[in-house]
Design a protein around this ligand. Structure first.
Ligand code: MV4
Length: 453
């Protein structure tokens, strides 16, 4: 096992990874920006190195400084967390060239799945169901429009370098096509420096269901069941749960396909296969080659520590869990708590944390990095942490999450805590009749209660 690991991240996920390392007897090196010297991850790590300025580009994305820190501290591995350099194939390769284990897949695998049209092409070849659309990348706007006519409107034009909803446009009919295509393409060129586009039939209000995968260096691949991540606002997930409401037959089928998808690219480490689900139909859309924000709901229902598994896999250990050992137990829900003001279009609300009361008890977890008196810097993501509950079944998990949100106090900043609470009380959410269109449909109701007056 590694003796020392550098955590190339900040916030809640850096804290989560440092805790896992400590519990495994591994020494930890935190990195931080000028804006983060008082951050919790710096305080709980054994050692820390400042890697640059407050802007992410100067610090958490500064590969040279991070590698230099890793070498000077003598670490054997780097955990990238999520965001920042976690899906950067150059960084994974750079680690390898410097003799440092990247706790994640190789640059080659990140490239295959990171390019969404290439991933689509590889998945079609492997027999993984995808949304009807182009066979990989589009060659010209005219070919694209002809294909759109052939598969039928509405269609969704997506950027190969995209993901998470950027560089995407819907065309509802042929008259909208050229404009949608050009807009999506120029957005992609601006955002990613890559205007490669592909096309899919637009599935209206699907469920977003993703499978958690673990794969070791020896070709062993298992899945840990799925999460429903349909409760999103502007491509940002708000509430996730596991398991989803699909039946066992569909779960087994999708799980097998998720394993096939991973094996096809010789995947290694933890990964997520994202599907759109509409009725009994399911379609692969993307793979995420990193640990995800919502990994705790899977941990709660399987009892498996996914971050520890990532570290063991990177250290060359064979998976000790077989598929038949994975048992889904009860139900888990996660609410992301963001420093934002729902009353003003969810604008970021950084500030100083005042009174903080964190609920606790059986099956209640708060993954966060805030503490009383902590000044939340304005330069990064607005997520303060995640409230996660686990109960015997979904109805009890909903009750438990409501009780937990009622008790949680974060003074000093505006948060979306009450917004989450409103969702937990919405009849469609309670019934389980929700999809990716839920928040758009329910937003007026969700914002219309007394606490927002
Ligand atoms: C889609 C789709 C409908 N049809 N693809 C949005 C983020 C990116 N990961 C993929 N996304 C979507 N792709 C086809 N062919 C609808 C979405 C989508 C969505 C997906 C998952 C969760 C929330 C969403 C909200 C709006 C749109």
């Amino acid at each position: 096992m590694f003796q020392k690991v550098l955590i190339a991240n900040r916030g809640e996920i850096a804290v989560r990874i440092i805790r896992a390392c400590k519990q495994m007897g591994i020494e930890t090196v935190a990195i931080y920006s000028n804006a983060d010297k008082d951050s919790l991850h710096v305080q709980i790590a054994d050692e820390s190195v400042c890697v640059g300025g407050e802007k992410s580009a100067e610090s958490y994305l500064n590969m040279e400084n991070i590698i230099t820190a890793a070498i000077s501290k003598g670490v054997e591995a780097i955990h990238p967390g999520f965001g920042f350099l976690s899906e950067n194939s150059n960084f994974s390769n750079l680690c390898a060239e410097c003799g440092i284990r990247f706790i994640g897949p190789s640059g080659n695998v990140i490239d295959k799945m990171g390019n969404k049209s290439k991933a689509r092409e590889i998945m079609i070849e492997a027999g993984v169901p995808v949304v009807p659309g182009s066979n990989g990348a589009l060659s010209s706007i005219d070919d694209a429009r002809n294909l759109a006519v052939k598969i039928g409107f509405p269609v969704l034009i997506k950027a190969s370098a995209g993901g998470g909803g950027r560089g995407m446009r819907v065309a509802y009919n042929i008259d909208e096509f050229n404009n949608a295509y050009e807009t999506a393409k120029s957005e992609a060129v601006n955002a990613f420096g890559d205007g490669t586009m592909y096309l899919e039939k637009y599935i209206i209000n699907p469920k977003h269901i993703e499978f958690q995968i673990l794969a070791d260096k020896y070709g062993n691949v298992i899945h840990l069941g799925e999460r429903d991540c349909s409760i999103q606002r502007r491509n940002q997930k708000v509430i996730e749960e596991a398991p989803s409401l699909i039946d066992k037959e569909l779960r087994d089928k999708m799980g097998e396909i998720a394993i096939l998808a991973s094996k096809t690219v010789n995947y290694e480490n933890a990964g997520t296969i994202e599907f759109l689900v509409s009725g009994k139909d399911f379609y692969f859309i993307e793979m995420n080659t990193r640990i995800q924000v919502e990994h705790p709901v899977t941990e709660m229902i399987t009892g498996i520590d996914i971050v520890k598994e990532q570290i063991k896999i990177a250290a060359g250990k064979e998976l000790s869990i077989k598929q038949e050992d994975v048992v889904i137990n009860g139900h888990s829900i996660e609410c992301r708590i963001n420093a934002e003001d729902p009353k003003f279009d969810f604008r970021p609300s950084p500030g100083k944390v005042g009174l903080l009361h964190v609920p606790s008890g059986h099956g209640i977890r708060f993954d966060s990095f805030i503490y009383t008196g902590y000044q939340i810097p304005p330069f990064y993501d607005s997520m303060l942490g995640k409230v996660i509950v686990h109960a015997d079944n979904r109805a009890e998990a909903i009750l438990k999450m409501r009780a937990t949100l009622e008790e949680l106090v974060i003074d000093g900043v505006k948060t979306n805590q009450d917004f989450c609470y409103m969702i937990l009380n919405h009849s469609d959410y309670i019934k389980g009749s929700f999809d990716t269109g839920f928040i758009v449909k329910a937003i007026d109701n969700l914002l219309g209660y007394d606490q927002y007056e």
